[in-house]
Design a protein around this ligand. Structure first.
Ligand code: NAD
Length: 271
């Protein structure tokens, strides 16, 4: 349930096709993917200074391949076990009904697409996709294939040579001669221009921006609400906790995403 004032605000100001959602790790927390800084998060166990930077990760692979294997096993196990919840499904339904024009997400977990969302600008990539470092050709892996990869990494964990063979199997050479790598945008890497372009296109004609489950601390994603506001959008924050932008939002809903989003859908008469 969300309070009546919030419902009335959304009902009064939304326009069909002109709602956009900007989502972050918080929307997937209830799907079993820990948030970035939250308890049990990946970066509590793995130092981001090492594991989130491509060069550092490559160095670690030479020095302590079992540590890299453990990281990959943890990451892919969490992602393959996660399932979309009612909040993800609510956004997909709003898009299907022509109310929401798209989602801009910082998440790499593919849960919006699994819930049925179609227009998803993925600012930080997608863990289920690999991309050629030379020609940018990309391929998407089914969940089963990623589960299989995590299982193979478990078996190869104790031997660097075996681990490299597994990684070469799942991140193969491309027909152009280049090499595939994960399509997750790691720290220090440039955001994909196509996703950023899609995000700006969505925001250019956005009347109401739902800011869902993001701490708004990772840039440039964190600057998008201000951009939307300059284009005339109202800002609606859906987050358990305060964020740096809470004070300037037009409406703040302090409810978990799995509760607040279905409640909004229902209040708009689309449930
Ligand atoms: P963050 O971890 O910095 O912040 C999460 C936010 O979600 C917090 O403000 C928290 O209060 C809120 N939150 C937690 N549970 C919630 C719930 N049930 N409903 C609503 N809000 C909830 O996340 P961020 O701002 O997205 O930045 C994290 C970075 O790490 C991003 O770059 C993202 O790519 C990456 N990341 C992605 C995933 C994923 O793909 N699911 C998970 C962890 C980290």
């Amino acid at each position: 349930m969300i309070d009546q004032k919030a419902v009335e605000f959304i009902r009064k100001h939304y326009r069909e096709g002109l709602i956009v959602a900007l989502t972050g790790a918080g929307i997937s927390a209830e799907s079993g993917v820990p948030t970035f800084r939250g308890k049990g998060g990946l970066w509590e166990r793995y130092d981001p200074e090492v594991y989130a930077y491509p060069d550092q990760l490559r160095k670690l692979l030479n020095k302590d391949s079992a540590a890299v294997a453990d990281f990959l096993i943890d990451l892919y196990t969490v992602l393959t076990k996660a399932k979309p919840h009612d909040g993800h499904r609510a956004l997909a339904l709003l898009e299907k009904e022509g109310v929401l024009s798209g989602i801009i997400t910082q998440n790499i977990d593919n849960l919006h697409q699994r819930a049925g969302s179609r227009m998803v600008a993925e600012l930080h990539g997608n863990a289920f996709r690999i991309k050629c470092m030379d020609c940018s050709r990309s391929m998407t892996y089914e969940r089963d294939r990623i589960t299989e990869m995590a299982g193979s990494i478990v078996l190869a964990r104790s031997s660097k040579q075996r681990l490299l063979r597994v990684l070469n199997r799942y991140f193969p050479s491309c027909s152009c001669g280049g090499r595939f790598r994960t399509d997750i945008i790691l720290f220090g890497e440039t955001l994909p221009a196509d996703a950023l372009g899609q995000a700006h296109d969505l925001l250019d004609s956005c009347r109401m921006l739902f800011i869902v489950g993001t701490s708004l601390t990772v840039f440039p994603a964190a600057s998008l609400p201000s951009y939307a506001r300059k284009q005339g959008a109202l800002l609606v924050e859906l987050n358990n906790e305060e964020t740096p932008l809470s004070g300037i939002c037009d409406l703040v809903i302090r409810q978990p995403a799995s509760v607040a989003l279905p409640a909004i859908v229902e209040s708009l008469g689309y449930a």
